[in-house]
Design a protein around this ligand. Structure first.
Ligand code: SF4
Ligand code: MSK
Length: 651
């Protein structure tokens, strides 16, 4: 079992890996063992941007030998910078194409042309309308919604000027962006320009390449992602805290199990709606099932979790393991983070895998094209496919363990919970930081990566941050990793040894856990708004770069994570990544990202492979900001108490 335990810190995952091994099933974990990474590619110095290459600019082994150049003369730092910018562009494109699909559906819903979708949060609609400069007055809600939808759709193709949501940032940050010329113009334009600049023979200065890196990433955080989050909230409801369960034990042997996986809630919201109708439930009973059980994986899970408390089956590395339980009657996917392997693996079981987006098809899967104008009808068709597949089940082996946790802490709710309905504000949070009860705020986000022990980095970093008095906000698969430990329950505040007295007092008084689940990957835009609110509240400087707040991604793997990291850095927050760093082949470019850009943004990137050392870096960065603000207090680093570790099953 030890060998399996080396691969994951999640007990349920370890159990399923053993089962996969016994059954001879290939998973991302086993493929990692057999697939050696290409060290040149991994260090960012392989260029294949034209057919004169690929040019592998490995460092010279002999002293005095000149540095390698590409056939076009490209230096390692330029190759590394171009590769880095291409990652940002791909990440921005993924988040923003999600945002565009949401905006287009929103517009259809506002016009009454999207079956099953509606305008649920009218207050948020008006707030967003005001931010977009739309006249509200006594106008009908539908009319305002149409104008909001049109403005948001237009932000993707906007060619000039400044993205409207970027103007929500603190004034000082806006001035920095204007001075550097990195205020994004339109979402698509920044992605296109990033690809143009990295084409052979265009941008050959790493500093200039990275200006576009910032502009493109900002178009993600303050553009595509923010549009996605805001309009999803208006259509499906702004999240508020609710209790849910997590881990593969949420699958039910007696019910039809449907896994929703991918990213956009446009599909999963309709699947949920379709599964609740009486005749669909009756059909399930006729097939011998006690009901229909919807569970999520990856960020689709986070979306329907945050708004409906739908259980989470697991994070990205558990997608294949879910199928190996034999209990999944249908896995329906849309876009992003869906492993191609699930299609082929499903053929070893009765599970149907259904792709729904024309952007993402897969061998061995059935394709049911999703169209938002007939969303509910198509969702119903998919739910019926799952029901009809229920009698085909073979052996079922569901690991029984689940964990309760609380999700749904968006920035609006944080505002409300701290100050109450009549004096909602970030004042208590800022005061808690100023008086030292909260040492700092850390956003821990991102994926799992089988090249590092599954969930271990997230859990280690977060538990130690909490033990050292930090309030942690989380999104994505990282949030799911920590939800599995129990650190996302308010009761944790009453346990000994978990956190220092000051943080404990705040958690007890407000009734929150020390770790807040704030949603999916696009919801990192909520963290941008929360940081801005902290600045505007006062007492912690006049820019995001002054705050004792840091971002980190201990187990990242996706290009979206690089885009997220860059938009946080360009917005003024320090960012620490774990796992591996994609530019180490060029010292010059790496030093620029880690030190050079500090001059521009007031913070920079950092890399720390070891989670233990990562905590040290995060605390140091927080303490430096506290020192600069004149609110520093001398304190020792606390290690997470062993008894508490056992109580939370954190190894
Ligand atoms: Fe090589 Fe230059 Fe072509 Fe890249 S762009 S593959 S470095 S010749
Ligand atoms: S799903 S991007 S693996 S967090 Fe957003 Fe998880 Fe990373 Fe996909």
């Amino acid at each position: 079992m030890a060998e399996f335990e080396d691969k994951s810190a999640c007990e349920v995952t370890v159990e399923m890996l053993k089962k996969a091994d016994e059954g001879g099933y290939s998973t991302a974990f086993t493929r990692t063992d057999t697939l050696k990474e290409c060290t040149i590619g991994a260090s960012g110095i392989c260029c294949k941007n034209c057919a004169m290459g690929p040019c592998r600019l490995t460092p010279s082994k002999k002293e005095g030998e000149p540095e390698k150049r590409g056939i076009c003369g490209a230096t390692p730092e330029v190759v590394a910078a171009r590769n880095f910018l291409r990652m940002i562009a791909a990440g921005t494109a993924a988040h923003s194409d999600h945002g565009r699909a949401v905006a287009e559906t929103f517009l259809m819903a506002a016009k009454g042309e999207a079956e099953g979708y509606q305008i649920k949060d009218r207050i948020k609609l008006l707030e967003v309308a005001v931010d977009l400069g739309i006249e509200v007055g006594e106008r009908p809600v539908e009319e305002i919604a149409v104008e909001v939808g049109e403005k948001c759709v237009a932000m993707f193709g906007q060619q000039h000027g400044e993205l409207a949501f970027g103007l929500r940032a603190p004034e000082k940050r806006i001035e920095i962006w204007r001075k550097l010329g990195v205020f994004p113009r339109g979402v698509d334009r920044e992605v296109v320009e990033a690809l143009h600049r990295t084409h052979i023979g265009v941008d050959q200065e790493m500093e200039n390449i990275m200006l576009q890196g910032s502009r493109c990433a900002l178009a993600d955080g303050w553009g595509g992602s923010m549009i996605g989050t805001e309009l999803q909230d208006i259509m499906f409801g702004t999240p508020t805290p609710l209790q849910a369960k997590i881990n593969l034990g949420v699958l039910d042997k007696d019910q039809v199990n449907i896994i929703v996986h991918g990213h956009e809630p446009l599909l999963s919201e309709m699947i949920l709606l379709a599964s609740q109708s009486d005749d669909v439930k009756k059909r399930a009973e006729e097939k011998g099932a006690k009901g229909i059980n919807i569970a999520g994986i990856c960020c689709t899970a986070n979306e329907i979790l945050s708004r409906h408390g739908i259980p989470v089956a697991g994070n990205v590395l558990q997608q294949e393991l879910a199928i190996i339980t034999g209990a999944v009657d249908l896995m329906v996917v849309d876009v992003q983070c869906v492993y191609q392997a699930v299609g082929e693996l499903s053929k070893c079981f009765h599970t149907k895998v259904v792709t729904t987006s024309s952007k993402g098809k897969m061998p061995f899967a059935e394709y049911v094209e999703f169209h938002e104008d007939r969303g509910l009808t198509i969702a119903r068709q998919i739910v019926e496919m799952a029901i009809d597949n229920f009698p085909n089940r073979g052996d079922v082996d569901i690991p029984p363990k689940t964990q309760d946790f609380i999700a749904g802490y968006d920035h609006e709710y944080i505002n409300y919970m701290l100050g109450g309905r009549f004096r909602a504000s970030y004042r208590p949070l800022n005061d808690g930081i100023i008086d030292g009860r909260i040492r700092g705020v850390v956003g821990v986000v991102g994926c799992n990566n089988p090249r590092v022990r599954h969930d271990a980095g997230h859990v280690r970093v977060v538990s130690e941050l909490v033990a050292n008095g930090c309030l942690v906000v989380m999104t994505g698969c990282a949030a799911q990793a920590v939800a599995k430990t129990g650190l996302m329950t308010p009761e944790v505040a009453y346990k000994e040894g978990i956190m220092p007295q000051g943080l404990r007092e705040i958690c007890e008084a407000v009734g929150i856990p020390p770790v807040l689940h704030v949603g999916s990957c696009v919801d990192n835009s909520r963290i941008l708004i929360a940081l801005t609110e902290m600045v505007k509240e006062g007492g912690l400087g006049d820019d995001i770069s002054d705050l004792p707040a840091v971002g980190c991604a201990p187990e990242w793997m996706s290009e979206k994570a690089i885009s997220i990291g860059q938009y946080f850095v360009a917005s003024g927050a320090a960012v620490v990544f774990g796992g591996k760093w994609p530019t180490l082949g060029s010292d010059k470019f790496t030093r620029y990202l880690f030190d050079g850009i500090f001059e521009l943004y007031g913070n920079s990137w950092h890399f720390e492979e070891d989670p233990e050392k990562m905590v040290g870096t995060l605390l140091r960065l927080i303490d430096e900001k506290r020192e600069a603000l004149g609110i520093a207090a001398k304190r020792e680093r606390v290690l997470f108490d062993m008894a508490a570790r056992r109580e939370l099953s954190i190894d």
